[in-house]
Design a protein around this ligand. Structure first.
Ligand SMILES: Nc1ncnc2c1ncn2[C@@H]1O[C@H](COP(=O)(O)OP(=O)(O)O)[C@@H](O)[C@H]1O
Ligand SMILES: [Mg+2]
Length: 220
């Protein structure tokens, strides 16, 4: 279970602290999916990075079952993130020199040897409809295909939490729907906790559980 309590985030600036998140609390259980909707600049990405162990809050706590990721040392936090959390961002961030299959396997190259990883990667690439693209370089894929590969990469370590930041932001409406379908279907199959942040109404409507973010404040 993911539990965020009273998260605040501010950045120092010459004109005084810039407050980006104010007293944000939320929780997710395995199998839950939810989205945070809000305009650009409202603090959605900041919240996602804090929940994902990428950026410590100024105050408040994040708990992942009994673990406070920010109480871990840097190596422990990196290992925790790699094991427990999958990220899908607006930009696919695939490595251009690696094939689709290699890209999906990258998260499995650190830590203990993961003998089942190649099998899982192939299965996931099948599930996202890229079974016949394993040896392609990203440059030979369409935008939607790249994002589908990025979803497979995010899930290859079977994370308990899947965080998506504007996952359809660079896609046309039809492709965006295909990608949203995939995220929701794989989430249901893998029983992850899923949190999507977006300013897209079309994507937000796919979720029963929705929060709004406005100038750093989260409301239901
Ligand atoms: N590292 C940073 N330093 C200073 N301000 C930041 C930093 N990161 C984000 N911000 C500010 O925080 C606010 C929220 O940003 P962000 O979380 O990216 O919003 P959203 O994802 O909703 O568009 C913006 O005003 C942004 O400029
Ligand atoms: Mg953002």
């Amino acid at each position: 279970m993911l539990e965020a309590t009273s998260l605040s985030k501010s950045y120092p600036s010459p004109a005084g602290d810039l407050v980006v998140l104010r007293d944000v609390s939320l929780s997710l259980s395995p199998g839950d999916s939810a989205c945070v909707m809000g305009p650009s600049g409202s603090g959605k990405s900041t919240l996602l990075y804090i929940l994902g162990g990428l950026e410590p809050p100024t105050s408040g706590t994040v708990r992942f079952d009994t673990t406070d990721p920010y109480a871990l040392d840097a190596g422990g936090l990196a290992a925790f993130r790699n094991r427990e959390i999958g990220f899908v961002l607006q930009d696919h961030c695939l490595l251009p020199q690696c094939t689709v299959l290699e890209n999906v396997l990258i998260p499995t190259l650190v830590g203990e040897t993961d003998r089942d990883a190649p099998g899982r990667a192939r299965t996931l690439l099948e599930q996202v409809g890229l079974a016949d693209r394993l040896d392609h370089l990203p440059s030979a894929l369409s935008g939607g295909e790249k994002q589908r590969a990025a979803i497979a990469r995010a899930l290859v370590r079977q994370p308990r939490l899947l965080l998506c930041d504007e996952p359809t932001g660079n896609l046309d409406a039809e492709t965006a729907q295909v990608v949203a379908d995939l995220i929701l279907r794989l989430h249901a199959q893998q029983h992850t906790m899923l949190l999507v942040v977006t300013h897209s109404e079309a994507l937000g409507q796919r979720f029963e559980r929705r929060w709004s973010m406005n100038r750093g404040t989260l409301t239901t």
